[in-house]
Design a protein around this ligand. Structure first.
Ligand code: 5GP
Length: 204
């Protein structure tokens, strides 16, 4: 029997909605799911570590990765580059392991074009007011940057229709539970299992 490929799960939604928190909680509960560490040109925030939260790159280094086709997708977001290293993602799904990408919506659209088999989940804030307060609470951004992020967030919300699933992040635990249910259901999709059970079905 041929082994199933792992799932490429994209978790997207506006910055500040809690993608990072939800992803972290998901990884704590579900240690089987792999996580894609992105490359970025933005400065590390306090407590962030190279290779764990991001691969922090210079603009030149990032542009070289683009030229050499080493990114599955990339996007310019609030004046910085963000991108998903290609090899790790493809190797992981080929090994039959699930991987989650926590990325913004432009990048998610590019993944969908390149990898339509992916599972696309949109994390929804309970309200815009709640979203603004979450961005403000983080305390790492200036007023100007908060306004920019809110403008981007409103545009991002309109892209919801490109996703397979919408999960409201009212409580982290609820969101994680729903995402785990989605992953379980996706593994049971007939389309993904045809190859695996072909021999059984073909037996007279
Ligand atoms: P932050 O600067 O708050 O860490 O991230 C800003 C935005 O970039 C978030 O919406 C985050 O999900 C997104 N992001 C992080 N990594 C990637 C990536 O590899 N590709 C894309 N397209 N977006 C990313």
């Amino acid at each position: 029997m041929q082994d199933e490929k792992g799932l490429l799960v994209v978790l997207s939604g506006p910055a500040g909605v809690g993608k990072g928190t939800v992803c972290r909680a998901l990884r704590e509960e579900d240690t089987d799911i792999q996580y894609s560490v992105s490359a970025t040109t933005r400065q590390p925030r306090e407590g962030e570590t190279h290779g764990v939260n991001y691969f922090f790159k210079t603009k030149q280094e990032f542009e070289k990765m683009i030229e050499e086709n080493r990114l599955l997708e990339w996007a310019k977001y609030v004046e910085n580059y963000y991108g998903t290293p290609l090899d790790y993602v493809l190797d992981t799904v080929d090994e039959g392991k699930d991987i989650i990408l926590e990325i913004e919506v432009q990048g998610a659209r590019k993944v969908k074009d390149r990898y339509p088999d992916g599972v696309f989940i949109f994390l929804m804030p309970p309200s815009l007011a709640e979203l603004r307060s979450r961005i403000t609470e983080r305390g790492t951004e200036t007023e100007d940057l908060i306004d920019k992020r809110m403008t981007v967030a409103k545009e991002e919300l309109e892209m919801m229709e490109q996703y397979d699933y919408v999960v409201e992040n009212d409580k982290v635990g609820h969101a994680v539970e729903r995402i785990r249910s989605i992953v379980t259901a996706e593994h049971c999709k007939r389309e993904r299992l045809m190859e695996k059970y072909k021999q059984l079905v073909e037996v007279e």
